[in-house]
Ligand binder design. Structure first.
Ligand SMILES: [Zn+2]
Length: 57
């Protein structure tokens, strides 16, 4: 007999993304900022592109 458990609770809730406001889990790629906010890595990258384009003009 083997015990097979679906452990959803093992995935930790990280918090809300500061960009898209979605809840993130520990298996997502996310980044943490110095002001204790967090964001998806991809959301941060997307947001990061905009100011860089502007500042480079
Ligand atoms: Zn996001």
């Amino acid at each position: 007999m083997s015990k097979t458990w679906v452990r959803k609770e093992k995935i930790a809730d990280v918090g809300k993304c500061r960009y898209c406001k979605e809840d993130m889990i520990s298996t997502d790629s996310f980044v943490a900022f110095a002001n204790h906010t967090k964001a998806h890595y991809l959301c941060m990258k997307k947001d990061d592109l905009k100011p860089k384009i502007n500042f480079d003009w």
